[in-house]
Design a protein. Structure first.
Length: 198
């Protein structure tokens, strides 16, 4: 028997990207919660989706200053940190962005990381989980415009959490309805990944 699995059963790797690099960030707890929900999602498992957390902070990416536009770099980057980031993103088949909202928009470090590479994102599916004073919804609206530049396909459902009501002295305690929203997001992401794979 061949050890190669049929194409429709090959595992697809989905990166859950922690989009904050701040000390004391809330995104790490949110990403763990997302990973737990994703690992429990039967449809995703049956479709061959495997989820892993990608922590932006561990890459220590420099601010983009290269004179070469990332889209023209052919995956050859001057910075070793960017090269490692490139390889990590290139090896993934889709994403869940865990994003805070900074000043009514996306966090600068995450935007810089996104801008530092190019073809590694192209035509891949993406979903959004956000948090902030107004649940991060404005950051997600901006992200939807940003990712469209690389023809990324985004799912409609998003999960958005309030830093006022769902974070406290006892840590991250999402409202019960978030689990239902997360299930819908994973349903849509699984469907999208399956369709794009076919």
């Amino acid at each position: 028997m061949s050890e190669t699995m049929p194409t429709n059963q090959q595992q697809m790797r989905i990166g859950i990207i922690i989009g904050s690099v701040r000390e004391g960030r809330k995104g790490e707890a949110v990403a763990r919660w997302v990973k737990d929900r994703a690992d429990e999602h039967r449809g995703a498992a049956e479709a061959g989706l495997r989820f892993e957390v990608v922590d932006l902070k561990t890459f220590e990416l420099p601010v983009l200053t290269s004179p070469t536009v990332p889209g023209s770099a052919n995956r050859n980057y001057e910075s070793p940190q960017v090269t490692r980031w490139s390889q990590t993103i290139d090896d993934l088949d889709g994403f869940i962005f865990v994003t805070p909202e900074y000043n009514h928009s996306v966090p600068g470090a995450f935007k810089n990381a996104f801008d530092s590479i190019a073809p590694e994102w192209t035509l891949k599916p993406v979903a959004f989980v956000s948090y902030g004073a107004d649940s991060g919804v404005r950051a997600v609206e901006h992200w939807r415009t940003i990712v469209s530049n690389f023809q990324m396909v985004d799912v409609r459902q998003q999960v958005s959490m309030s830093t006022f009501n769902e974070f406290g002295p006892d840590g991250f305690r999402p409202d019960q309805r978030r689990s239902r929203s997360m299930t819908t997001l994973l349903d849509q992401l699984t469907h999208l990944v399956t369709r794009l794979r076919g």
